[in-house]
Design a protein around this ligand. Structure first.
Ligand code: ZN
Ligand code: ZN
Ligand code: FE
Length: 757
């Protein structure tokens, strides 16, 4: 553009000085925003005049300002292969034709290969591959697409793949990827080393291969994600709207939950009882190479390469040792994975993109908030754990860590905290954790010698959504969740809160059901079925001749034991959990009495209800038709309760009238939506608050979410939910970081930060 000046990285961001005629400068500033490189994220452009007599002719890149790297020059996330690289990859005349590690400045591995900062090749796992002279020339040429692309590589200097027996012995194949595709076509299970960890891979159209994988992995029902060659192949197996297409092909390339087509090559065993399936497109050149091979099946199951209770394997030796009982063969490569990162999972509901699992492609990008925080660590919850590091107006939420209930996952948690602290150069001065003292994350927080802020679980859920949308409150929050410890020591999970950033009031909740057997009730819905009948009809409700068919089949001595436990108040804590109410309804309907993965009964109940859903379902939810809801809503001691027994009665009556299970399941959803909406309407009227936040794991249910969005908007409230972060426990650490951080900055100097207990 004929501009003279300089550009440099500083602690405040990129600083450009430019000298040119006025209109050319305007054009330049516009171009920076409109024609930025594909991965650039411009948060703000500020310009001010400078003395043009200082400018030497020409344009120069100045070295970064020393010591400034920490503040804003973050490590980017891993990004799917770009179109330019893909074209070279597919061009038989290109030197990188079919090279499985092709990348450039606009794509490729980042966070997963970085050991420490500054982000330079010697500080990544690419350090063991010295660039050949040709790659070196590209790397140093500012006009080249691979200028300063740290993982730059080619077949003569970069990483390579190899195929192995489960014993580790290498199979000498001229084309290991072609041989791997053939093995997959033969029904074999492969462990394939990827970007952020291993995948276990089988032919997704083969009943026997999928059944074998499930048996060997000990994963009977949990849905398995698939990868297909391209968008056209995705359309053959799933229904896709334009938003879903955009996300599926985005540079983050997450797994997208899509509704399966009735007729397709998918085997039924991929997602039993669920209408959606997780689909992703190839994101590394190795994936593309696999699909280029003539033998490669059209649909590949790509599930995390881990054993139960452990995180995904990243190292070759580790995978060979631990996955040998599952995989028949191993497709390995020699570019080390420094940081383990799972595939991200998203879905589209109410025209919103909802992130269900935030990991590859998104981490470690910060989420920007409106209020400056001190340096603080949010330790997260128990299941679906993440942690977050806050500093200034940035919160860095970690990749999905997993369920913090086993030593290997806890070790992954600890090493990830260390790694993220190191790459961000961020040493926390305060820490926040859940109220629940027994979560490993809470114990870890208590061991740190830092001011500690304990945050109620559902308040964290609410603030996570508030912060994303810049709401400082007060707002009304509907948090429908599994379980979280409440301030009164009982287990909460169906909460209506009035929330601000550092405090909240519980205005209402689902009325209590007992959890007979405590934690056992979380995995055995039949216990919740009995509990629901007990709470609704008293002990007589559990008489053998009054049990619904699904529970009449139970061993009657078991029923008697549970009945006496609840009557005696033994190991039967009360809970307002919405997740457990879903379990109870699923049990009464005979849908599921034991689950093999978290949320299974609720997901199957949602799937059942969707079968009864008509086009007019949403409009029939109009709150006006439900203004009289007295049995569902009542006020005691200044707190509102939504009556759980009323839902149980409705279900029991439906079963007695021999109505279809689908209709009953849908009616349960509708009544839950209507009663919550009616309560919010009352509270909005009383408080004058017009902003409503929806969060909690149950909001992953798209019927609930769509229904609540619709009815709350009908009564002219503004409704918000999580978009950049999950509504499930994956966002709890984000909420904790903000609540704890803001409490820390506003604390009284003499105040003790450690609450007892
Ligand atoms: Zn590229
Ligand atoms: Zn090279
Ligand atoms: Fe939760």
């Amino acid at each position: 553009m004929g501009i003279s000046g300089t550009v440099t990285n500083t602690g405040d961001g990129v600083v450009i000085t430019a000298t040119a005629p006025h209109e050319r400068l305007d054009f330049f500033v516009t171009a920076i925003q409109n024609d930025a490189p594909p991965l650039a994220r411009i948060t703000a452009v500020e310009s001010r005049w400078h003395d043009s007599s200082l400018a030497a002719p020409g344009f120069f890149i100045l070295p970064s300002v020393a010591g400034s790297a920490a503040a804003n020059t973050a490590i980017p996330p891993d990004i799917a292969i770009c179109d330019d690289c893909l074209n070279e990859f597919l061009d038989p005349d290109d030197d990188r034709f079919h090279y499985p590690f092709i990348n450039c400045t606009n794509c490729g591995p980042r966070f997963t290969i970085v050991e420490t900062i500054p982000y330079d090749r010697p500080k990544t796992s690419m350090k063991v591959f010295p660039m050949c002279s040709r790659c070196e020339i590209e790397y140093h040429d500012p006009g080249n697409r691979r200028f300063h692309a740290q993982p730059n590589a080619c077949p003569s200097c970069g990483p390579a793949v190899s195929l192995h027996e489960r014993s580790g012995e290498a199979l000498t194949k001229t084309h290991p990827v072609a041989a791997a595709a053939t093995l997959l076509a033969e029904g074999k299970i492969l462990a394939i080393r990827g970007l952020g960890g291993f995948h276990l891979v089988v032919d997704g159209s083969s009943d026997t291969a999928v059944a074998l994988l499930r048996a060997r992995k000990g994963r009977p029902d949990k849905p398995l994600a698939v990868m297909v060659r391209d968008l056209a192949a995705a359309k053959e197996i799933c229904h896709l709207n334009s938003t879903e297409q955009k996300i599926l092909t985005s540079p983050e390339r997450p797994i997208v939950l899509l509704v399966k087509k009735d007729q397709s090559c998918l085997t039924a065993g991929l997602a039993p009882g669920i209408e959606e399936i997780g689909v992703m497109l190839p994101y590394t050149p190795l994936h593309h190479l696999l699909f280029q091979m003539p033998d490669c099946p059209k649909v590949l199951v790509m599930t995390s390469g881990n054993v139960s209770g452990s995180p995904i394997c990243t190292a070759n030796e580790d995978a060979l040792a631990r996955l040998a009982a599952i995989a028949d063969n191993f497709l390995l490569h020699n570019r080390e994975i420094v940081t383990r990162v799972d595939d991200s999972v998203v879905k589209v509901a109410c025209d919103n993109t909802l992130i269900l699992r935030r990991a590859r492609g998104f981490v470690p990008s910060p989420v920007m908030i409106d209020w400056p925080l001190p340096k603080i660590l949010g330790c997260g919850a128990g299941l679906k754990n993440t942690f977050s590091l806050g500093r200034g107006k940035s919160v860095f939420t970690s990749q999905h860590i997993g369920d913090l209930d086993s030593l290997p996952i806890y070790e992954f948690y600890l090493e990830s905290i260390d790694h993220l602290k190191s790459v961000l150069q961020l040493e926390p001065e305060a820490v926040a954790c859940d109220l629940h003292p027994d979560y490993l994350s809470s114990r870890f927080a208590a061991e740190l010698d830092l001011p500690l802020y304990k945050v109620q679980h559902h308040h964290a859920h609410a603030v996570a959504v508030m912060a994303e949308h810049g709401l400082s409150g007060p707002i009304l929050a509907v948090v429908l969740d599994g379980t979280g410890l409440g301030e009164d020591g009982t287990i909460w999970g169906g909460e209506i809160l009035r929330a601000e950033l550092t405090g909240f009031q519980r205005l209402g909740h689902l009325s209590h059901l007992l959890l007979p057997g405590g934690d056992a009730a979380n995995t055995e819905p039949w216990r919740m079925g009995l509990s629901a009948l007990f709470q609704t009809f008293g002990p007589e409700g559990l008489a053998a001749d009054r049990l619904p068919p699904a529970l009449a089949q139970l061993d009657q001595t078991k029923v008697a034991t549970i009945a006496s436990m609840m009557q005696g108040g033994f190991q039967s804590p009360p809970s307002s959990s919405c997740g457990r109410l879903f379990d109870a309804v699923a049990s009464l309907l005979g849908l599921r009495q034991k689950i093999s993965y978290e949320g299974q009964a609720a997901m199957e109940l949602e799937a059942l209800a969707k079968k009864a859903k008509t086009v007019s379902w949403l409009t029939q939810l109009s709150p006006k038709s439900h203004t009289v809801l007295s049995p569902f809503l009542y006020e005691t001691n200044g707190k509102w309760e939504i009556s759980s027994p009323e839902f149980v009665k409705m279900v029991r009556d439906g079963i007695a009238r021999a109505e279809s299970k689908e209709i009953i399941a849908l009616r349960f959803h509708s009544l839950l939506i209507s009663s919550i909406t009616r309560l919010i309407e009352i509270l909005a009227h009383q408080t004058g608050i017009r902003h409503v936040v929806l969060s909690g794991g149950c909001m992953q249910n798209s019927l609930l979410l769509e229904g609540l969005f619709h009815t709350l908007k009908q009564i002219r409230l503004q409704v918000f939910t999580g978009n950049m972060l999950p509504v499930n426990d994956g966002a709890v650490s984000f909420g904790q970081t903000i609540i704890g951080g803001l409490r820390h900055v506003s604390r009284h100097p003499h105040e003790s930060n450690q609450r007892p207990g």
